[in-house]
Design a protein around this ligand. Structure first.
Ligand code: IPM
Ligand code: MG
Length: 353
């Protein structure tokens, strides 16, 4: 297969994990005889510094014509503590999502048997947890009308029927490939936008009688996720709730550095870790590259390269089993591996497989 991949490394640990992701993809391409062309492009704080725009037109043009985007992370503390900043790195990520029409963000939460002890939750609660959060990504408060005054500010949580319908269909398609259980998460006891979600979901539900649908308020879902994560198979929810619930979900896996995601919709799909740019770790060679590598696996699956993706996943499992791990998940007294070393080990294993 011939693929053109746009590589957006971004900020903080972004460039370090991006390099590993590209190496893994190259190794897979060589092994299976695929031709992959990479185009690097600027985004986030790096792009603000270079050209004053967190998602420059040139980057958009590269993404638009690519087959997929391999994205890493954006964000810089310089902007976090400056509420007056006119332009922020995160706007680059939001612009990319909006301009590419990436309305469906797929965030799988899985446990790795050898890492269960790393979760702050009890073993018996997290062992075997395996669910997917489908987060609506181009609507809601992130993109609704907003105003920012001196003493008064607001964000609007607006959704149209069409936006809700299309994400529900994506969620049902996902549930059909899994254990056929969909939980619609909203706040319909308080929010008008959530009542629209629920009304539309009750209609769409009828199209998928083979899938069990239940409805849960977001506060209750947040509790259920740590009390009994195995209850969930597929969760579908709006943009802001999905942002919050997926960070919570990462605690089940034991490290945020393990969770990949795929964003799909109208144009080029994007594959990215759910973690941020972790600026404190920049250049220290300690960031976990596995979320980026698992994002590569999701990219391969998107193009139906199942064997290739399975090899990447098996190799990630092997690295964990053999204690080739970055510091935050290394067992006490275990060998030390940095971002680069974990990446090199995985690339080698793929080549030898
Ligand atoms: C995420 C991130 C982003 C979001 C930030 C960086 C804008 O937290 O992808 O979950 O809020 O969507
Ligand atoms: Mg988030």
């Amino acid at each position: 297969m011939k693929l053109h991949i746009a590589v957006l490394a971004g900020d903080g640990i972004g460039p370090e994990i991006s390099a590993v992701g590209v190496d893994v993809l190259r190794a897979v391409a060589e092994k299976f005889g695929h031709e992959i062309e990479f185009s690097e492009a600027l985004c986030g704080a790096a792009a603000i510094e270079a050209v004053g725009d967190p998602f420059p037109e040139e980057t958009f043009a590269i993404c638009k014509t690519a087959d997929a985007v391999l994205f890493s992370a954006v964000g810089d503390p310089k902007f976090d503590n400056d509420p007056t900043a006119k332009v922020r790195p995160e706007q680059g990520l939001l612009a990319m999502r909006k301009k590419l029409g990436l309305y469906a963000n797929i965030r799988p939460v899985q446990t790795f048997p050898c890492l269960v002890h790393k979760s702050p939750l009890k073993d018996e609660i997290v062992r075997g947890a395996d669910f997917v959060c489908i987060r609506e990504l181009t609507g809601g408060m992130y993109f609704g009308a907003k105003q920012e005054g001196e003493d008064y500010a607001y964000d609007t949580n607006a959704y149209t029927r069409a936006e809700v319908e299309r994400i529900l269909h994506a969620a049902y398609a996902c549930a059909r490939r899994r254990r056929k259980h969909l939980t619609v998460v909203d706040k319909a006891n308080v929010l008008a936008s959530s009542r629209l979600w629920r009304k539309v979901a009750q209609e769409v539900e009828k199209v998928y009688p083979d899938v069990t649908t239940d409805y849960m308020y977001v506060d209750n879902a947040a509790m259920r996720m740590i009390q009994d994560p195995k209850f969930f198979d597929v969760i579908v929810t709006e943009n802001t709730f999905g942002d919050i619930l997926t960070d919570e979900g990462s605690c089940i896996t034991g490290s945020m550095g393990l969770l990949p995601s795929a964003s799909t919709g109208e144009s080029t799909p994007v594959f990215e870790p759910i973690h941020g740019s972790w600026p404190q770790a920049k250049g220290l060679n300690i960031a976990n590259p596995l979320a980026q590598i698992l994002s590569v696996a999701m990219l391969l699956e998107h193009f139906d390269l199942a064997e290739e993706a399975a090899l990447v996943r098996r190799t990630v499992d092997a690295s964990l089993d053999e204690n080739v791990r970055t510091p935050e998940i290394q067992v006490e007294g275990g060998p030390h591996y940095g971002t680069k070393e974990v990446g090199a080990w995985i690339v080698d294993r793929i080549r030898q497989a």
